[in-house]
Structure formats: C-alpha cells, structure tokens
Design a protein around this ligand. Sequence first.
Ligand SMILES: Cc1ncc(COP(=O)(O)O)c(C=O)c1O
Length: 472
Amino acid sequence: MHDAPKYPLEPDRDEARAMSEAAFALVEDFLRDLPHLPAFDPGGATGPAAALRGERAPEHGTALSELLPTIAEGARSGATSAGPGYLAYIPGGGLYTAAIADFLAAALNKYVTVWQLAPVFAQMEATVVRWLCDLFDYPATARGILTSGGSMANFSAVVAARTALLGENFLDGVLYVTDQTHASCAKSAMLAGFPRANVRVVPTLATLAMDPRALTDAIARDRAAGLRPFLIAASAGTTNTGAIDPLPELAAIARTEQLWLHVDAAYGGPFQLTERGGERLRGIEQADSITLDPHKAMFLPYGTGALIVRDGALLRAAHHVSADYLQDLGPEDEIPNFTEYSPELSRDFRGLRLWLPIKLHGLAAFRAALDEKLDLACEVHDELVKSGFEVPWRPELTAVAFRWLPERGDADAFNARLLERINAGGPVLLSSTRINGRYMLRVCVVGHRTHRDRVVKALEIIRTSRDDLVTE
Ligand SMILES: Cc1ncc(COP(=O)(O)O)c(C=O)c1O
C-alpha cells in the first residue's frame, strides 16, 4: 500500500499531466458529440442534479476518474448552450482557444487587478480593453473594465453616471429606458440606490427603438417636476429583437440636455466589427459609456463582459477607494490598477480570455463569423415570412421574433404550444418573449458553431411543427 501523499494539494508533474489529459479527453468527447446532442435535455434535473442535492463535503478525496462522469453528465443535461442548435435567449459560444486561456490563467493564478503584481498580464488586459475602445473610436483618455457580464457593466455605468452628474444626494435623479431595455439597467438603478419610480420608461417607435421625441418630452416633464434627469440608457441590440435605439438622435439630446448617454450594446456591440454592424450602430461612438459582452457575440465563455467609458477618469472617480493595506503597491502608472475602476478587487484574469483568441485567430475570423450570423438571421426572417408567419421586425442584428396567427383560437396559446413542439424535437432550442403584450417566439443566431445547415433544419422544424398543430 502506498503512503498517502504528504501534500495532496500539490500533484506531481505526472499526476498533473494525467489529470489534464483526462479533462481534455472529456472535452474532446463532448465537442465530438455536441452537434448530435439534443439542444435541450431537461432530464438532468431529476437524475444527476437530484443526486448532488444534499451531498456533504467529503473528508477524503476521490480519484478524478470517478468524478469526471458527473461532470460529463452535467455538460449534457439542460441546454447545450455551446452547441449549434442553441438559438434561444442570446446564445454564447465557448471558443476552445478561450478555454485554453482560462486554463492557463487559473493555473498561473496571477493577480491582475493591481498592476505591479502582474505587469505583463495587467498590460495584456489593458491592451485588450484598448482594442475594445478602438472599435468605437474612443479617445486615449478612455478606460474600461472586463466584468463578469453585461449586468455588472451596466451597473458600473449607472454608478459612474450618477457620481459624475448627481453627486451624493441623488434620489431625485431620473434615468430613461424603454420597455425593450434589458432588465439589468433597471436593476442597476435599483442597486445603485435609486427609487424604482425614477426609472422612466420612454415609449418606443414601431421599430421598438426609443422614440427620441417622447424622450425629450419626458425629460421636460421631469425637470418641470423638480427632478434631475441624468442618464439615457440606450440599447444597441435589444434582447427581444436586436432593435437599435436611434443613437445619433439620442446623442444629440444627451448633449443638449447635458445627460450621460450609456449604450447597452451587450448583445450588439461586437457586431461593430462588421461593415453592416458599423453602419447600424452609427452614433455609438458618441456615447459616454458602452457595455459589450464578449461572452455573447465574441463567442467567449460565460463570465466575460466589458464596460468602456469615454472619460476614464469618471469611471475611476466612481469606484476608487484607497486602502492602507495596498500602500506598498503604489499608484497606477502607464498600466491601470483595474480595481480602481471597478467594484472588484480579487478576480480571475479575464484579459487572457480575449487576448489569446484574438491573437490566435485575428479579428478577421470574428468579422467573418459575425457576418455569417447576420446573413443567417436574414434568411430566417425571409423564410418565415415566405412560410406565412407574422414576422414584424426585420433583424438589425441576429434575433428574429415571430408568431403564427391561427385561424381560430387564442394566438398566444397556439404559439406557446408551437414552441413546445419545436423544442421537443431535439436539434434546436428556441425561446419566447412578450412584445407589446403578444406572445412571440424568437430565433437568435449567435453561437459560433451555428451554421447554415442548423438554421435550415430549424426552419424545417418550425414549419413542420406549425403544420402538425394546425391540422390537429
Ligand atoms: C442587451 C443586454 N444587456 C445586458 C444583458 C445582461 O448581460 P449578462 O447576462 O452578461 O449579465 C443582456 C443579456 O442577455 C442583454 O441582452
């Protein structure tokens, strides 16, 4: 019998290699099977997930080979959101090269939020943030942070705008959204301390974009009521349909009214890489701050959002608090101390997750993939129209909302059954939403593994499911 290792938390080289190989083998098998797995398998909730419930932390370890099957099972249950058939919500991706970056980042475990502790990696992250700023022609004074996602980016934007324009007594500050704005903006306002009544929902145009006239009227009404309008939270790619608010008009209003213009481009921002995206997002470069989520349309693993702020000093002013125990580390220099721009201190090294894939693939690969998704969404739109569906909005990005209008009976109930029927098949997962009170289905093409064959399949399933339900 072998003696128990003295330091079990420090596997030797051979053990480490064997574990890495076993983990990579799991991933290889998963990726090999991914195109054939059901896009949604709800079964895991009752079996493997239930088995984990109530599990107590073990006193002694178990071999990796005995644990990996549970992880493999977890990967296959629920939605296979890294797969080609995931067309629900806003799909993510999970670039393999970003997973390599995450492995390296976690294993090397450097502390990037205070630059002196990891100057090369902190600079790498700053460089990546600069690349995002370049995408929107932001000046050299711009700064940004990589966040866990769009929600946290929107939160820091609201706090930055609040600090810059309202000071510490801000309960009379009002911000402007629409009923299509992502809920994280209202949630950010709530977390930032604003009364819920101070989130003003501005009416939209027929395109579902914010109505600039209605915005101007709302601002005037709020000023007359003694309130302090301070922030327009515009969307560049709403979650429901990808609608883009009229950014040049909103920028002009923000200038005249001296408000902060934040653009939530969590979904649409990366499309700026493409010619069509650049045209549709025109005006975004005038925003005071922009949220964009590389874990959406840049296909990175979940946990990668970004906020960039035109005047970086304002982001820092809203987040920086000095601490005696960090005194040895000194002030930021050419390389920013990210913690001074963000609510976070210790966190994962997110920059490598962007830097490595961009260096390995080049931006051209991202542009081409996004162009492919834009084409596919147009095809979905055109084919659904041809098949008689109601498809009220031509996609500006890659989300298409639609429904079937049955000759008899309740349209909402019919479309809810239609969604169930479509998703029951396995190859695709769609989601639903409510727009102007109507139940709508959505196809959203974002995943880097979603190509034309799967979209054609989705259309076939949608049509057949509709035909079956109509004749039942
Ligand atoms: C437009 C928009 N903003 C913000 C968010 C929130 O982003 P996250 O889920 O990364 O926190 C989403 C998420 O889908 C979104 O679509």
